[in-house]
Design a protein around this ligand. Structure first.
Ligand SMILES: [Zn+2]
Length: 402
């Protein structure tokens, strides 16, 4: 089958660029500022190759010289940095309940963001393509940049999917997206390269690590309308053969548990995901505002009730957190991560309730205690998937050659 041969060619992870020019750009972007000598050490390219490639990048307006670095005995080295305004990429995160857009500059910084209501449960994919194309154009226009500088678009949605082929199955709210080649339609509509990725994988790429979190192995536990995870190794995200690595929401945590939309039973997402939390809250008679409010918006209403003292809302979320902690512990035990980041729109609104319960679970085990696995909330949880989508597009060979 075509899909199998496609999968067999996949490296399973988002590799560092292989093209020398792309490798130099990626290395300068990762470092912030860096000298030519350091670039030879980082990339393994010869000094004459680095000099030639850097000269071309400066001539093309993609890299700037950034003054002199500190001397290490000899003449101070000229530092290089990415020219941030040279190019841009767009990141889009689609779920039934929300559409998040970000515009990221060539250095990888977010320069504009826009969060919109999602297309809802019964959306027509063609209409959503039209809407995303129009809103992407509006985002670029409003930011005041020259649209010819936009290299491409990274697009993410819930899995499972076949990377860059389409969505293969979907939660009940998005079943009509199955088989629809959304990134191809966006490419046609916008005239830009587009990349399709799983939302949780992209969130791992989009999580900003501070210098105190400069770790080689980190995982992101992602909660939006579903639950997923992503793994980042030395700056590269692990995607799996098809782009579905880390589907922690669909591991069975209860034999004989409730039916899940994926076809299995007892899945973590079916027991403790946002849709179940919302259903439990409604059954308990909690006022979530409009009865039409669904997804993360309804979940956020429960979080607000819990954070303002409603004990029933608090108990429902704490119960969900105790199940999520099993998923978190599975990830940390499987991959021996130094850092676990809780990210995504649902953690952005309820993370303070989930964090201590997940921390306690991980540190309850000898494996977590021995290495003191750190668990933190992502300050950009709402936008991490869209940012990651943009950053993955920025790193891709397609963007470099554009
Ligand atoms: Zn499932």
């Amino acid at each position: 089958m075509q899909q199998v041969s496609d999968a067999s060619r996949s490296p399973g992870y988002d590799p560092a660029p292989t093209n020398s020019r792309a490798l130099i750009v990626d290395s300068i972007r990762s470092a912030g500022t860096v000298s030519r000598v350091e670039l030879t050490q980082i990339t393994g390219l010869t000094a004459p190759s680095v000099t030639t490639l850097v000269r071309r990048l400066i001539d093309d307006g993609l890299v700037d010289e950034a003054g002199r670095g500190s001397s290490t005995g000899g003449k101070p080295r000229t530092m290089l940095r990415i020219r941030a305004a040279a190019r841009y990429v767009v990141g889009v995160h689609l779920s039934a309940g929300s559409l998040t857009y970000v515009l990221v500059d060539y250095a990888g910084a977010v320069v504009a963001r826009w969060r919109r209501a999602g297309p809802g449960d019964d959306s027509d994919p063609e209409q959503v393509v039209e809407r995303i194309a129009a809103e992407t154009t509006e985002l670029i226009d409003r930011s005041g940049i020259d649209s010819s500088l936009v290299l491409g678009l990274g697009f993410v949605c819930p899995g499972p999917l076949i990377r860059n082929r389409g969505v293969t199955s979907a939660p009940p709210s998005m079943t009509h997206w199955v088989g629809f080649p959304i990134h191809r339609r966006l490419e046609e509509r916008l005239g830009l390269p587009a990349l399709l990725e799983n939302d949780a994988t992209a969130a791992a790429a989009g999580t900003r690590l501070t210098t105190s979190h400069d770790v080689s192995v980190m995982a992101a536990l992602f909660m939006s309308e579903g639950i997923g995870s992503g793994l980042r190794l030395n700056g590269n995200v692990y995607q799996g053969a098809h782009g579905n690595a880390g589907e922690v929401g669909h591991i069975c945590v209860q034999i004989g548990g409730p039916q899940c939309w994926c076809g299995s039973t007892g899945c973590l997402e079916a027991i403790a995901g946002p849709a179940t939390v919302v259903a439990k809250a409604r059954a308990a008679g909690l006022d979530l505002g409009s009865p039409r409010r669904t997804g993360v918006a309804a979940f956020a209403a429960i979080a607000r009730l819990a954070l303002t003292g409603d004990s029933r809302a608090d108990a429902i979320l704490r119960d969900s957190a105790s199940w999520l902690a099993l998923g978190a512990q599975t990830i940390t035990n499987m991959y021996d991560v130094q850092l676990l980041v809780l990210t995504g729109p649902a953690f952005a609104v309820a993370g303070t309730i989930y964090l201590p319960i997940i921390q306690e679970r991980i540190l309850s085990s000898a494996f977590g205690r021995a290495v003191n696995t750190e668990v933190v909330l992502d300050e950009r949880g709402h936008d991490a998937a869209a940012i990651g989508a943009a950053l993955m597009m920025l790193r891709s060979e397609r963007a470099i050659s554009a």
